[in-house]
Design a protein. Sequence first.
Lengths: 233, 414
Amino acid sequence: MLEIHQLHKSYPIGDSSLHVLKGIDLTVESGEMVAIMGSSGSGKSTLLNIIGMLDEADSGEYILDGLPIKDLTEKKAAVYRNKFLGFIFQSFNLINYKNALENVALPLYYQGMKRKERQELAMFHLEKVGLADWAQHLPKELSGGQNQRVAIARALAANPKLLLADEPTGALDTKTSYEIMEFIQQLNDEGKTILMVTHEEDIANMCKRIVRLRDGVIMEDKKVQQERVSAYV
Amino acid sequence: MFRFLFDRDTWQEVYDSFSKNKLRSVLTMVGVWWGILLLIGLLGSARGVENSFNRLFGSFATNSVFIWGQNTSKPFKGFQEGKRVRLSLSDAKKVEDNIDGIEFVVPRNRNQATVVRNFLSGSFAINGDYPLLDKVQKKKLIYGRFINQNDIDDNKKVAVISEEVYKQLFEKDKNPIGEYIEVNQISFKVIGMFENGNGNMGPSSDIHIPFTTFQQVYNQGDSIGWMMITGKPEYSIEQIETDAKLLLKNLNRIHPEDNRAFGSFNLGKEFAKIKGFLIGMQFLTWFVGIATLIAGVFAIGNILLITVKERTKEIGVRRALGATPFEIKRQIVLEAVFITLVAGLFGIITGGWILIALDHFFGQGTEAVIVNASVSIAIVFIALIILVILGTLIGLIPAFKATSVKPIQALREE
């Protein structure tokens, strides 16, 4: 599903430059659920951004589902993001003047899907996250957990190959976090490949594999026994 | 390419971002609205003033000069200074034959006389005229006709009277045609009545009688009061005036440098002055209107820049979800054009109301200062097109600003 070889990335800081990723090798198979962990500054967010095509590596190879991702123009990156990737953000990043349904339908709009089809599909995904009754509500009328579920529905709407989550539970309390994680586990059970950045051990333990980064290199990469959220509750 | 314009979602997006910030959007629009309102209002009033001048001059051939005789100020060929100069019919004929670029020369005579009808009377200006006068100073006849060649040939005792004379000498609603009025105890038959139209342009004309009849009645011989010279449009009336005066001095044995021997009033010159004033006013109007419009459009660009800055994160999210930079730019430009256009349309409508109000308060009656204040549809369309172009151009600035930020940075923005 995802292959990364010798990925390097540095950011210029004044005259010198900061080497953030120092040769990352990572392979993720279809259906995996991977947690990327590390302290701040370890490069985990940069790695996720490069995988999400929001940023580009200086050198190294990145192959997504057999497609080499290189020489991206803004336009090409936008199309790939739309087709292959679903994003879940820490702060949800819903558009505040659009209701839940419209937010979920937005990636489909950029795919050029017709309004009616789009709304039906968006409704289907909203039902899936259990928010069909809240379709017409604005983000500010929903709780944090509900907002994140809308965001997940939005990430799923375009049926992406890979779900990228950047601290999806970072802005939520423990109970809500677990609800969201339970839901993400369900998606993984259904076969979605999920890549998640987190710094919380308990959240990481709910994934099937943990990749630990420190100072731009992978320190540890191990499969773990997935802890089911349902077992906690 | 332009299919998106007919897509409901495109407009939904525009509407959403508009209604999200109603106050700001409305304030933004005020600039353009005010600009176009000013443009339409000023252009309309300028046109109204021009119309009222045209109505004033309308019946007059404006490329004209009046010349009359006065007293000489220099001795010449044995004549002492202070000689009375009297123009004659033959002078008029010679001017017409010898000066370049002349369309008509109309000799005229004039006297003040008491006019009586039954028990009513008044003092009026009596003019002896040729039918040609009607070509130079068009009369709006309410009843009857103007003097014709027959009247001249037969020295007929007929008169064409003004509405003013009619009001003073006739009972209301009485048809004056065929009635008689007495001028210096001689009866004249009324054959026509004209509207008091051309206000204060040229000498007032109350009653016109045939030139030949005037000669007979006042025993004038061949002398004339003054002559009206009309030049062809492509000739300078000032040159004609100079040439004609020189010729007349020669014919009447007057010193060539005697500037007081003839009096004159150059209508063409006066008209050109007013014309120049009107053109200046129109130029000023366009200048002020367009400058205000541009300022308004810049205000929109400015506000959109702030809006784009505020929406950096939203734009980042949209791009993460698959919006291409082109789609983002297109949306922002469309918003700019939409706001300018809506503001412009409001401006045109309210500008129209102002013109209606102007017409209502200042445009009524014959003495109106502003006549038919209006703006042509073509100008309205040009203004709209300019608005769309300016809106697009000004929208490009925030559009490029919006996509110049990398999505990754945009997403980090709080």
